[in-house]
Design a protein around this ligand. Structure first.
Ligand code: ZN
Length: 635
């Protein structure tokens, strides 16, 4: 069942319409299926982890014990189930189906008769709805989403029945907007969850529920910027506060807009989007610069957006959940508008600040994603770690990564009256029906992101437009149809539509320029002043100490403005990556003789060979030092 939201210009394809076949995302999907998901299952069976399945068994009366882990453990378990359902949509692996059914049965038994379920409350003597930080809405929100996905991909309603009871219970509890619950919805997966439930059931009251949750934000005195609860969303101009709860709110509001078309809501999202992407986002697509800080309106905030242009590198928070939340939000904005600028941000996150969270072997995870790291000397702030971990005191990020990778095949294409939109590049096959019902099959072959050549073969006779996304960085991209330049204007940062009567075996070739790009930051980003970041295609690169001789520190490396960096694909390195090699300058730190400041002096720079690796692949070779931004030199 596809989701045809009335106010989305682009419609989603069915969950089983796209299959990765080869290359980058096919390998990541396989990693998710074979490593990430089973390893997470093991972690969630470990009583020392912050998210544990055991709580459901205890609440169901099947096991003895006390509640374990965090308040949001249930929600993270549901996110894992959602990831499994996405993988199942493609693999049809019977064992996964069985694993899901078993856990769903236990969840059903753990649910109270009136529909409420939150083991962190049920298994303690705390009463319901005492403190928003107890995450009841986060947990039940993720349940509704996971159950909706499960229903869409399996057609079975065992999980959906549980979700409907949750939705009915929440509707009953919140429809009169009781004042004592005005500030509930701390981490609002409940908005997305309610809309998801509406989409699979068609029951309008779940959409009304989602709207109530949006309306509640900032509606009563006593709110705070920490969780976007000081200012009503429709009046907000800036991205502020906890970056995960922010993106969940923006995603939920975008979902409500997609169904209702309420202009004020969309306009506020656009204003906030502009604030994020022009003032508060890292070059990796990561968001949430601060471990702790103060908002512009004076509220104490944590895990949060900083002030405008406040983007520190070594202390960047960039929680994995927030980065992925940013991609999810942009995916929604893309569907609403068909504007390629949203796909650019989405792709930036996917290749960089999402993938940096998971180890190359799929077994370990990062919570924070800083852009510079000082190895064993690094001062750890909240949730930082020297290396990725398998279990953790807060386990929200691993299932967020898992569900994003498992779900990504659904983001590759969209449909509109015009035809098929190609949002992402990677080896895959699309088999679906156009909105007018005619079948279409596309075969995409590419080594992207290592190579900019994409070949799409049309395997159906049909008349429609195929719209290719040209990333904003891809100035000079070229399109050919059956070997001849296509008669279209190819503009970077747009979708380019090729409309014709397609014959079986017609071939579209897209060439994206893969030259190495040196980036500078807006001058108001203090922490990146006079430094460069390096990108090739959608990949952000970094310098890791492992790739330097032992006696050279990452801070000693300076990048000449005219550096020649040569790409080289190394299939044996870090799961297969393209590295960039070239000659930079080293200015030895000893020269400074421990002075904090000195008069500008001619430095004894010496040439040094450097190898840059994709940022996402750092910290897979022991504890290391790493930097994305490097000082620029003009000699
Ligand atoms: Zn997280």
């Amino acid at each position: 069942m596809a989701t045809y939201s009335p106010y989305c210009k682009l419609k989603e394809v069915n969950s089983d319409s796209v299959r990765w076949t080869e290359g980058f995302w096919a390998e990541k999907f396989e990693l998710c299926y074979k490593s990430i998901i089973p390893n997470m299952r093991e972690a969630m069976n470990n009583p020392n982890n912050a998210a544990v399945f055991k709580n459901f068994y205890i609440a169901a009366g099947l096991e003895e014990g006390e509640h374990l882990g965090t308040f949001w453990s249930d929600g993270d378990c549901y996110k894992w189930l959602e990831a499994v359902a996405h993988v199942y949509s493609v693999t049809r692996d019977k064992e996964l189906d069985c694993i899901m059914d078993q856990l769903i049965e236990v969840i059903g038994k753990a649910q109270d008769l009136d529909g409420y379920i939150s083991t962190q409350i049920q298994l303690t003597d705390v009463k319901r709805w005492q403190d928003k930080r107890y995450h009841e809405l986060y947990n039940m929100g993720h349940l509704m989403t996971a159950a909706s996905v499960h229903y869409r991909v399996t057609g079975k309603d065992n999980f959906l029945k549980i979700a409907k009871k949750v939705g009915d219970y929440l509707y009953k509890t919140f429809k009169s907007r009781p004042s004592e619950l005005a500030h509930f919805g701390f981490n609002p997966s409940n908005i997305m969850g309610s809309v998801d439930l509406y989409r699979v059931t068609g029951n309008i009251k779940y959409l009304e529920l989602a709207r109530i949750f949006v309306d509640m934000r900032g509606s009563a005195p006593g709110g705070s910027d920490q969780n976007q609860d000081r200012v009503p969303l429709r009046k907000e101009n800036i991205a502020v506060g906890h970056a995960v709860t922010a993106t969940y709110l923006y995603c939920g509001a975008a979902d409500v807009y997609a169904e209702t078309g309420e202009k004020d809501l969309f306009e506020s999202l656009e204003r906030i989007w502009r604030d994020v992407t022009t003032r508060k986002m890292y070059v990796t697509g990561g968001i949430g610069a601060l471990h702790r800080g103060v908002s512009v309106r004076g509220d104490l905030i944590h895990e949060a957006f900083g002030f405008e242009y406040q983007l520190p590198n070594s202390t960047a928070y960039n929680e994995t959940c927030a980065n992925i939340g940013n991609a999810m939000w942009n995916w929604r904005m893309l569907k609403i508008t068909g504007d390629a600028k949203y796909a650019d941000v989405m792709e930036l996150v996917l290749y960089n600040s999402m993938l940096s969270a998971v180890s190359i072997d799929g077994k370990r995870f990062f919570y924070t994603n800083p852009l510079r790291w000082y190895g064993k000397e690094h001062r750890l702030l909240s949730s930082d770690a020297y290396q990725r971990w398998s279990i953790f005191k807060c386990y929200c990020c691993p299932p967020q990564v898992a569900r994003a990778i498992a779900w990504l095949h659904e983001w590759v294409y969209c449909l509109s009256e015009e035809g098929v939109w190609v949002n992402l590049y990677g080896g895959n096959v699309l088999e679906t029906k156009l909105l007018d019902g005619t079948p279409i099959k596309l075969i995409q072959e590419t080594r992207y992101p290592w190579d900019g050549h994409v070949k799409i073969t049309v395997n159906e006779k049909t008349k429609c437009a195929i719209l290719l996304r040209i990333p904003a960085w891809a100035e000079g991209a070229e399109i050919k149809v059956n070997g001849k330049p296509a008669d279209v204007k190819v503009k970077a940062g747009t979708y380019v539509g090729i409309k014709r009567e397609w014959s079986l075996g017609d071939v579209i070739e897209l060439s994206l320029p893969m030259d190495v790009r040196l980036l500078e930051a807006h001058p108001k980003v203090e922490e990146a002043r006079n430094q460069v970041a390096i990108m090739r295609g959608p990949i952000v690169y970094c310098l890791e100490s492992v790739d330097l001789p032992n006696d050279i520190d990452i801070t000693e490396i300076h990048i000449p403005h005219n550096i020649k960096l040569t790409p080289r694909y190394d299939e044996n390195l870090l799961g297969g990556v393209t590295v960039l090699e070239g000659e930079a300058w080293r200015i030895p730190e000893e020269e400074w003789k421990n002075e904090l400041y000195r008069r500008i002096t001619a430095s004894s720079a010496e040439p040094v060979r450097i190898t840059l690796i994709p940022y996402y692949a750092w910290a897979n070779r022991g504890i290391s030092k790493m930097t994305v931004w490097m000082p620029l030199c003009y000699f």
